[in-house]
Structures are given as C-alpha cells and as structure tokens.
Design a protein around this ligand. Structure first.
Ligand code: AHR
Length: 306
C-alpha cells in the first residue's frame, strides 16, 4: 500500500485537529453498531479528531458518493469500511490524486494496494475455516443437510467466509442444500430461512451456517415459528459473537460461534495519525478472533464489551 500523506494546512502534525471522513457501510447488524461505536470513540474531539461520519445504508453507490464528498471537502484522511470488494478503483484514484490518504477498516477491496495506505481488520477466510472445521468434526461423519445464510453479495466477509467454510467441510458427509443472501440482517436471515423451510421442510434441514449472528437470530425466529427447536432439531453455526448471539449460544439456540472483533477504532485512529504525520504504518493489520462453544460463551458473556 501507498503511505501517502495529506498536504492540507491542518494535516495532523503538531497537535492540530485531524479531519477524518469515515464511510461506514450502514447499520445492518449488532456487529456494525459496535464497530461504529468503537470508531466514534477513537475519533473523538478529545483525541484530536474532527470526524465526518457517513453510514451508507448498505448502498454501494451512496458509499462511493460519500467518499467523493469527503474528497471535495478536503479532509485530511478518509477511512472506509467498503460494503463490497469491487468498484473502488476510480474513487480511490481520485483520493490519491487529491493527496488524501485512505485507510480501510473491516472489509477489503479488490483494487490495487497502491491506492490505500493501510487495511485493519479480520481474517474472514480463517473465520470460515474455523466454523467449517467445527462443523466437520461434529457432523462430518453423518449425512447432514445444510443451508447457508450468506452475507451481503460481493462483500469480502461473504466471499471469504464461504471459501473458508467450503474448504474445511470438503470430503465430509455435509451436503449444501442451498445458499442465499440474507444481507447480514436479522430480517434477511428470517425471510431466507422461512423460504428454506418452505422448500425443504424443517425435517429436511439439519444445519444452518449463518455468515453472521444477526441472520442466525432471524433464522431462530423462523425455525421456532415452524414449530422446531433451534440448536436441537436444526443446529446453527454463526460468526461475530455479538452479545445477542452469545446469549443465544448460552441458551442452546446457537451451537457454535466464531468471533469477528468489531473493536477496531483505536488501531484505525493510530494508523490515520501515523499516515497523516508521514510516519511509516504497518500496511496490513489483522486482529485476532476467538471461537466459542456453549461453555466458553457462558464463561465469556459477563465480560463481553459488545
Ligand atoms: O464485515 C463484517 C461483517 O459485517 C460482520 O460479520 C457482519 O455482522 C457485519 O454486517
């Protein structure tokens, strides 16, 4: 990645306020709320930032327009949580031409690494592998019919969590019956699960792999409405480990959760400060994820920060 620096008058050196435009995806999930909170706390006025916040409601055109407006405003740095991987080349080039450094958080893009200074986030493919390895160990030796609730189509976590999981269950007796997007939302997970139940019947589905907790929580509602018991009649694996998901795991309605840590604000703010001040910044920063079964969730839940 290119560690470009801002040339604006108040470019962050010597205690000046750093103006940062943050293009958030939207507010689709509990994970997203925790991520937004973490970012707003880190980019506070007390910490020397003037944050211009935009949430795009999961609309990629609106998110790109928000980034363009940050460029026109002449902010010192731009942070993006990109909704989807593709389609970023032009606007990232425009930011580079305006000499405004870009830092990505959470999700990745397919554009050249020269067009952004740093990326800070999670290993989504490894999350999928961890979830898939648990499924393979638990269900791999028995005929198991699985349905998948995918995240937002074209997003890095939906792509990579599918790849990682599929690789981990290869050669097992788990069969993927169907896979559709629920857009990372509770409502999306519920309505897609209702469709799966209509098509395959509650008795025809043994396992749900949900790309996030919110969709798993929606699936739980659909399964209960169909008269079945989530976590028993139909097993559920999900990703995020937000509070409501962990509670469902403790309650036995979800069977396993792989964490996706949303508390990225401090690392992103440190990267922005470094880049704006012309320091060298680690261009790729992975944050560690844990994984929880019911006992681990019970132990962890009281101290969870999100
Ligand atoms: O990009 C991270 C994903 O986005 C989270 O897993 C999901 O809950 C959120 O919407």
């Amino acid at each position: 990645p290119d560690t470009g620096s801002s040339d604006s008058a108040d470019g962050g050196g010597g205690g000046d306020v750093i103006t940062v435009g943050f293009a958030q995806t939207g507010s689709e999930s509990g994970w997203r709320s925790a991520n937004t909170e973490s970012m707003k706390a880190a980019f506070s006025a007390e910490n020397g930032f003037d944050l211009v916040f935009n949430a795009a409601d999961n609309d990629t055109a609106a998110q790109i327009a928000a980034v363009r407006s940050f460029i026109n405003q002449g902010v010192d740095a731009i942070v993006i949580a990109p909704i989807v991987e593709d389609g970023w080349d032009d606007v990232l080039q425009e930011a580079a031409d305006a000499d405004i450094p870009v830092i990505l958080e959470d999700r990745t893009v397919s554009a050249s690494e020269d067009l952004y200074a740093a990326w800070i986030g999670l290993d989504f493919e490894q999350e999928g592998v961890t979830a898939g390895e648990w499924a393979a160990a638990e269900f791999g030796d028995t005929e198991t019919n699985m349905v998948v609730l995918e995240g937002t189509t074209g997003s890095a976590p939906a792509n990579d969590r599918a790849t990682g999981f599929d690789a981990a269950i290869e050669g097992t007796m788990i069969t993927k019956l169907d896979s559709q997007t629920g857009d990372f939302t509770r409502d999306g997970g519920k309505s897609v699960m209702e469709g799966f139940i209509q098509n395959y019947g509650v008795d025809g589905i043994d396992l749900v792999y949900a790309h996030n907790d919110d969709m798993a929580l929606g699936a739980i509602e659909a399964i209960e409405a169909a008269g079945a018991v989530p976590g028993e009649d139909i097993k559920i694996i999900s990703i995020d480990a937000v509070h409501d998901g962990m509670q469902a795991l403790v309650d036995g309605k979800i069977n396993y959760i792989v964490e996706c840590n949303p508390l990225l604000g401090d690392l992103v703010a440190a990267a922005v400060t470094g880049v704006v001040n012309g320091e060298s910044v680690e261009p790729v920063q992975y944050v560690e994820d844990l994984a929880f079964d019911q006992a681990a969730a019970e132990a962890a839940l009281p101290d969870r920060k999100y």
